[in-house]
Every structure is written in structure tokens, then in C-alpha cells.
Design a protein around this ligand. Structure first.
Ligand SMILES: Nc1nc2c(ncn2[C@@H]2O[C@H](COP(=O)(O)OP(=O)(O)OP(=O)(O)O)[C@@H](O)[C@H]2O)c(=O)[nH]1
Length: 612
């Protein structure tokens, strides 16, 4: 392509994300956009798609990067190149949202016409506004009888301060309004700026590891152009690689001759060591480097920590390798080796929240075939010791003896809970019960309020959101941010099995709640620990004082007795089932403890500190 053509191409690029609350219809809208653009481009794309399949057959891989390229023929007769960059909707992942937004010039703000603006949507729109993105408001699900587009417009104007008079009314379900959305992307979202003649600056906003090609970088080119054969340099560490392929997802990987300013695509360069690449880093050309790296992303700190141990101790090295691979495209994942008396060698892993923790656990087990025991999540605590030193701990078993502690501080958040008027009572009741401190309450419109509380992070990471949802018929939405640390009256509660303290079961609790929590955990453990050949006393203790106790009676479960000696296949099935159930057991001293027991703290909703 000559210079003229490249400049013309740049004018026709539109990079955008969809910002939406979970269930407001983001996937459905994206599918509609794909459908509409695909049909138009079908004839032109045939050859390309075939190429892509050949490529895949050859290599036997597909790469998953959350950015697709689409071609849209607009009403002005010109063909535009759209890059749609996916963003996650959950509160745990707002960090990833900001990563995706950094690749865009605009965002579609999608709001459910029946639900209105939610707390998390608001948080994500603010991220987009911080990045100076152009925002196109879309009110979806207008086909629903309960749709109130006018009320939602008002909410968007009042809460976000955006002009919503021009909001597109859509039904991603029926297809209503989608052609207008495509036109608005062309007219409202600016083409990328940046100089094609400047030295290459490409921002890495995601990356995946592919065993065949090495690291695949998802990049947004901010300046310049990059081609296969170019020698690139990663600006954070000066490492150099030769580009083997550049391309875009469309929606499968399609190799291209180049990626230029404004493009969102991938680069492979036989990068074998995952430690070399970092999301947020800048890629430049080795013999014509950019003067300085792009801003990158703020380092994100984990909010909750959990011990992750292989059931089979011999898998420790495998676990480390798996965590390293995951860390590649999940910069928020932190880990360091941990040794537990009860569980052996493992890692203390930091997560953004419980959903993130679930996702990581699932990936470790599925993608890396590991059987894991994970301990109850904990926040981090700042401890002033009587000897004048200060330590930070994220593992309850590391809390020093009470006699050595002057003060313990725990992380606090400012939580904003949006809810219809009718449910303010239950919301306040839950927040109070979780040691919340009321801050203020704002009316969003005639129907909804935003209730703000200061809360200890430890109280909301467990079941706060579930409780909120169930007592507001699912209407409440929640967003929170850490505001700092506060001194609290906290103590370590140990759990003893068979008289021995089990470090992996220790938790840190507020003194006022210790008795109830102790009772609840002991009761929950009694349910989860199977009967053994001997009696197992379970005790909760603070210091030397036992505050709750219970006993698992001795009993060797003879599952075969149930079979009445009959059907042999049934018998085998039962044995297999029992074997599978055992896999996630760990011998702690002489007691067999299942994975669920380590999460007892998460299963105490009912007995929790109600009425406090
Ligand atoms: N009636 C109606 N339903 C819709 C519309 N758009 C989406 N839905 C439905 O709303 C539900 C959620 O839609 P999704 O597209 O999965 O929402 P999402 O925001 O991608 O949700 P997550 O993937 O969970 O983040 C689905 O059951 C859709 O069928 C619409 O315009 N009208």
C-alpha cells in the first residue's frame, strides 16, 4: 500500500468496547454486530476465511484474544474497519476493563431499559471517561414491556452527566436499532490519531501463551507500523525478537502483511519465555526505537489471598509452572511459596476477588490438570507489634501472638449499593450486620437510591453480594473501592482437629463476632468432615480459650452395604465414585479433610452474625 492508501485506511478505523452491566445484553449486541457486518462482507471475505482455516489446519491452534476486526459498509458508501474489544463486566475485573479501554477511541455504553444504570456500569463508564473516550449511549431491551427508556435516559444524564437525548434505542434480541448503532460508531467515534511515520509504539493489552507459536501479544498500535521480519524490542526490559507473524482476529486469527497506527491485532515473535512479556509494556522497533514507552497500566494489587496446595505434593513444580503461565495474561495474579504444616508445600496466591479466585482455580484444574486444595480467602492486615515493628500479613496463621500485638488494621472499602427505594431497609440491615458505617444516601431518580457505606473488606468479600441479591430480589448492584486501613478489634481464631491446631484453617475475626463465627465454623466443619475410624473432636479456640466444639463420630462408611450384595456394576460405580471423592481429600495429621472444609468460612451464611 502506498502512503496515501495507508493514511486513508487510518481514517476508516474505529476502535471501541462495549461497557455494560452483566446481563444487559452485551454478548447479544456483539453477536448482532458480527452478523450484520459479516453478511455485508461475506463475498469479500470468502478467500480470507479459507486462508484462515488452512492456517489453522496447518498449526492446529486457535488463539483467543478478545478483540475482533469487522468490516462495515456504511451508508456513506465507504467501508470501515471496526475493532471491537471485549471487556469483562464483573467488579473483580475492572482492571481488565481499563486495559481494554486503552486500546479504544470510543465505547458503547449499553444500559438495560428495564434495569437502568448499575453501580458497576457507572464505575466502568468513569474509566472510559478518564481515558477521554467518546461514549455512545445505547438503551437496550426496549422490546420488554417493563422497558422505561425515558427514565433510563434521565439516569444516564443525571448520574453520568452524558447527553442521552441521542441515545440509540435497541433490542439486541429483535435487531431493532442495530443498524443505527453501526452508523453511530462511524459518525461519533473518532478515527485513531497517531503518526504512521513515527517509530513504532504498540501497547500490549493482553497476551496468551500458545505452545506452538510462543507468546501471542494483543496490541494496539499507537504510532508507526510493524511487519513480519521486523526486529522488535520490548521497552521494559530491552529484549529483542524477530516478528514471525502479525494479524487480526476476524473472528479467527488472520495473518496480515502489517499492523499500522490505529490497528488492534496480534504479534507473534517466537517469544518463548513468558516472563519476558508484560501487559502494559510497549513494543517498538529495535533499530528505530520510540523515545519513551507508553504510559502502560497502573499496577493492580490483589484484595484477597488464599493458600493453594496440590493434593499430591509431588505436583508442586507443576503448580508453579501453571501459575507462571496464568500470570502472563493476568498481571493481577500474585503468588509466593507457602508452607503449611497441614497441607505441605504450596503457594500463597493473591486475587482481585472471589470470582477471580474461582476462575483461577478452575483454570488450574482444567487447563493444567491439577487437583488442588485451597484455603479460605483472607484479606491483608497491617500489624503494629509491641517491639515497635510493623508487619503486613495475608495469612491468618502468621498473625503473631496477641501479647505481641499493639494494633491490627484491616482494609476498608467505600461501597456504593444501587437499589430500588423499597429495598433500602434490607440493604441497611445487611450492611449494619457486616460492621458497616453509613455514609450517605442519594436519590438517583424517583425509583432508585444509591446507598453508600464504609465497610471492612473482609466482610464484603465473602457473602455480602449474595446476601444483597437475595434480599433485594436481585435488584441491588454493588461497586466498591478500597479507601484505606482502619484499626479493628481483631483476633485469630484457630481450629483444632483431634486436639491439634490446623494452620490452614485459622481465620482472623472481629472479637464481637468470634463466638458466633466459631460456632458456625465448627458446625460447618462437622458437616463437611466425613466420619473416620475414630472420633474427631473439632474445636475453635482464641489463644488458649476454646470457644466452640463439636465431634465427628467414628464410623467407617461401608458404602457397599447399600448394594445388598447384588449388582456388580453398581458396586463398581460406587467404589469409583468414592475414589473420585477421595482425590480432593488431604490427610491432616491422622484426619482426612476434604477441600470443602477449608472453605467452611464461606458456608456459614445462615448461622452468621445475624441480629448483631
Ligand atoms: N428482551 C430482550 N432480551 C435481551 C435483549 N438483549 C439481550 N437480551 C437477553 O438478556 C440476557 C443477557 O444477555 P447477554 O447478551 O448474555 O448479556 P451480557 O451482558 O453479555 O451478559 P454477560 O455475558 O453475563 O456479561 C439474555 O437472556 C439475552 O437473550 C433485548 O434486546 N431484549
Amino acid at each position: 500500500m502506498d502512503k496515501e492508501a495507508l493514511l486513508d485506511r487510518q481514517k476508516h478505523i474505529r476502535n471501541f468496547s462495549i461497557v455494560a452491566h452483566i446481563d444487559h445484553g452485551k454478548s447479544t449486541l456483539a453477536d448482532r454486530i458480527l452478523e450484520l457486518t459479516d453478511t455485508i462482507a461475506k463475498r469479500d471475505m470468502q478467500a480470507q476465511v479459507l486462508d484462515d482455516m488452512a492456517l489453522e489446519r496447518e498449526r492446529g491452534i486457535t488463539i483467543k484474544l478478545n478483540a475482533v476486526e469487522l468490516h462495515y459498509q456504511a451508508n456513506d458508501g465507504e467501508t470501515y474497519i471496526f475493532h471491537l474489544i471485549d471487556t469483562p463486566g464483573h467488579v473483580d475485573f475492572s482492571y481488565e476493563v481499563s486495559r481494554s479501554l486503552a486500546a479504544c477511541e470510543g465505547a458503547l455504553l449499553l444500559v438495560d431499559a428495564a434495569q437502568g444504570v448499575e453501580a458497576q456500569t457507572l464505575a466502568n463508564v468513569y474509566l472510559a471517561l478518564d481515558d477521554d473516550l467518546e461514549i455512545v449511549p445505547i438503551i437496550n431491551k426496549v422490546d420488554l414491556p417493563s422497558a422505561q427508556p425515558e427514565v433510563v435516559k434521565e439516569e444516564i444524564e443525571e448520574m453520568i452527566g452524558l447527553d442521552a437525548s441521542e441515545a440509540v434505542l435497541t433490542s439486541a434480541k429483535t435487531g431493532l436499532g442495530i443498524p443505527e448503532v453501526l452508523e453511530r460508531i462511524v459518525s461519533d467515534i473518532p478515527a485513531p490519531s497517531g503518526d504512521i511515520d513515527a517509530p513504532l509504539e504498540a501497547l500490549i493489552f493482553d497476551s496468551v501463551y500458545d505452545s506452538y507459536r510462543g507468546v501471542v501479544l494483543a496490541v494496539r498500535v499507537k504510532q508507526g507500523i510493524v511487519k513480519p521480519g521486523d526486529k522488535i524490542e520490548l521497552m521494559s526490559n530491552g529484549k529483542q525478537f524477530e516478528v514471525t507473524e502479525v494479524g487480526v482476529m476476524s473472528p479467527k486469527a488472520v495473518a496480515r502483511d502489517f499492523l499500522m497506527v490505529g490497528d488492534v491485532g496480534y504479534i507473534t515473535a517466537s517469544i518463548k519465555t513468558i516472563q519476558d512479556t508484560r501487559v502494559g509494556d510497549t513494543v517498538t522497533l529495535a533499530d528505530n526505537p520510540a523515545e519513551k514507552a507508553l504510559d502502560g497500566f497502573r499496577q493492580i494489587t490483589p484484595m484477597v489471598y488464599s493458600g493453594v496446595f496440590p493434593v499430591d505434593n509431588a505436583k508442586f513444580v507443576d503448580l508453579r509452572e501453571a501459575l507462571e503461565k496464568l500470570q502472563l495474561n493476568d498481571a493481577s495474579l500474585e503468588f509466593e511459596p507457602e508452607t503449611s504444616q497441614a497441607l505441605g508445600f504450596g503457594f500463597r496466591v493473591g486475587f482481585l476477588g472471589l470470582l477471580h479466585m474461582d476462575v483461577v482455580q478452575e483454570r488450574l484444574e482444567r487447563e493444567f490438570n491439577l487437583d488442588l486444595i485451597m484455603t479460605a480467602p483472607s484479606v491483608d492486615y497491617q500489624v503494629d507489634q509491641t517491639d515497635g515493628t510493623q508487619i503486613t500479613i495475608d495469612n491468618p496463621s502468621e498473625l503473631p501472638d496477641a501479647s505481641e500485638i499493639k494494633e491490627i488494621r484491616e482494609p476498608y472499602v467505600k461501597a456504593s449499593i444501587m437499589v430500588p427505594n423499597d429495598y433500602v431497609g434490607p440493604v441497611m440491615e445487611i450492611a449494619q450486620r457486616k460492621r458497616g458505617e453509613f455514609v450517605t444516601m442519594d436519590y438517583l431518580d424517583k425509583y432508585r437510591v444509591n446507598v453508600i457505606y464504609n465497610l471492612p473488606l473482609s466482610e464484603i468479600i465473602y457473602d455480602f453480594f449474595d446476601d444483597l441479591k437475595s434480599s433485594t430480589k436481585g435488584y441491588a448492584s454493588l461497586d466498591y473501592e478500597i479507601t484505606g486501613y482502619r484499626a479493628s478489634d481483631l483476633v485469630k481464631m484457630d481450629i483444632l482437629l483431634n486436639g491439634d491446631p490446623v494452620d490452614a484453617l485459622s481465620t482472623i475475626v472481629h472479637k464481637d463476632f468470634a463466638f458466633e463465627r466459631g460456632k458456625a465454623i465448627v458446625a460447618s466443619l462437622k458437616q463437611t468432615i466425613p466420619r473416620q475410624q475414630f472420633e474427631v473432636p473439632i474445636q475453635a479456640a482464641i489463644g488458649n480459650k476454646i470457644i466452640a466444639r463439636s465431634t465427628v463420630k467414628a464410623y467407617r462408611k461401608n458404602v457397599l452395604a447399600k448394594c445388598y450384595g447384588g449388582d456388580i456394576t453398581r458396586k463398581r460405580k460406587l467404589l469409583e465414585k468414592q475414589k473420585a471423592g477421595k482425590k480432593r481429600m488431604k490427610s491432616v495429621g491422622s484426619v482426612e479433610v476434604p477441600q470443602a472444609a477449608f472453605m467452611s468460612i464461606l458456608n456459614m451464611h445462615s448461622e452468621d452474625t445475624k441480629g448483631k
